[in-house]
Design a protein around this ligand. Structure first.
Ligand SMILES: NC(=O)c1ccc[n+]([C@@H]2O[C@H](COP(=O)([O-])OP(=O)(O)OC[C@H]3O[C@@H](n4cnc5c(N)ncnc54)[C@H](OP(=O)(O)O)[C@@H]3O)[C@@H](O)[C@H]2O)c1
Length: 277
């Protein structure tokens, strides 16, 4: 893994590239778990004066031509390094927020304990793994799946107060914790981060999909976007990483970092402002 940007980062930097006098490029250095965790560390969150109440980060992978799946799955666009960063981002989060369609299509399973993160999580007062929070209005989910029956930390179901009562009851009977974040059938995306933060889940990661991510962007609550760009082209009509309402004005994001491995670019952008502001 190579860091492409910033080239001279302040503070803790990634592994130093071995110097080479030969014409051949130096080999890409290996990153330790600590270094990559430092690279992607959340800003301070909490109730302190200098702290944000929460931080919502998105993580998505897209092909060179902007597709977010091939054959309905994101796996064909991913790589070993992409999956590693995916795992690290989970290991840093308090909660992973995901749309129900991604859960159904990708066969979501409970978050796993990641080697090397136990002490770091304990020191920050985090549970051993992030909770998965599934966002759904229809609640057409199979509550007998391991995601709901075998998680290390109970899986949450985020929905609206107008969701079908019998399905809310079915979820609860299956032991799933139902959390309301909206007065209609679905959640109000603007309320989701605050509702989760109210439960102590402040370091938030959303893995999409594009419908949910677009709603978070539209609601103005997406603080950061980690976008992996895969050196692959799939053509076709797969959606982009956000699929939904058009923002009244473009939102501007500032580049915070770019890593590279095997032609994949691992970019990280922080929301700065609306261009019209
Ligand atoms: N490349 C990547 O990084 C990546 C990441 C994630 C997903 N994907 C791909 O994205 C595709 C799925 O995309 P998608 O846009 O259909 O999925 P999605 O955003 O994961 O899920 C949409 C579903 O989420 C629920 N939902 C969204 N907004 C809601 C709200 N405000 N209130 C309540 N429920 C809400 C609804 O579930 P109900 O229908 O249950 O009401 C809705 O049908 C899959 O092919 C997957 O592989 C790719």
């Amino acid at each position: 893994m190579r860091r492409l940007f910033p080239s001279n980062p302040p503070g803790p930097s990634g592994p130093s590239v071995p110097s080479s006098t030969a014409a051949a490029p130096a080999p890409a250095p290996e990153w330790s778990v600590e270094e990559i965790a430092e690279e992607y560390a959340y800003p301070p969150v909490g109730e302190g004066a200098d702290e944000a109440a929460w931080w919502l980060r998105g993580n998505m992978v897209a092909s060179l031509d902007g597709a977010i799946h091939h054959g309905g799955r994101s796996q064909p666009l991913s790589s070993k390094a992409d999956m590693w960063i995916f795992g690290v981002l989970r290991a840093l989060a308090d909660v992973v927020v995901v749309g129900a369609q991604t859960v159904r299509q990708e066969g979501y399973r409970p978050a796993k304990r990641r080697r090397g993160f136990a002490d770091r999580r304990a020191a920050l007062g985090q549970a051993p793994v992030p909770a998965i929070a599934v966002v759904s209005a229809g609640l057409e989910l199979d509550f007998s799946l391991p995601l709901f029956t075998e998680p290390v930390v109970p899986t949450l179901l985020l929905t609206g107060r107008g969701a079908p009562a019998e399905r809310v009851a079915r979820a609860r009977e299956a032991g799933v914790e139902v959390v309301f974040a909206g007065e209609g059938a679905g959640v109000d995306p603007a309320r989701v981060p605050g509702v989760l933060a109210g439960r102590g889940l402040r370091r938030q990661l959303t893995e999409g999909g594009p419908t949910l991510l677009g709603e978070f962007a539209d609601a103005g609550v997406l603080d950061e976007l980690c976008l992996s760009i895969a050196p692959r082209i799939v053509a076709g009509s797969a959606p982009r990483i956000m699929n939904g309402p058009v923002l009244p004005d473009p939102d501007e994001y500032t580049l915070e970092g770019v890593l590279e491995e095997d032609g994949f670019l691992f970019t990280r952008y922080r929301r700065s402002r609306t261009v019209a502001e």
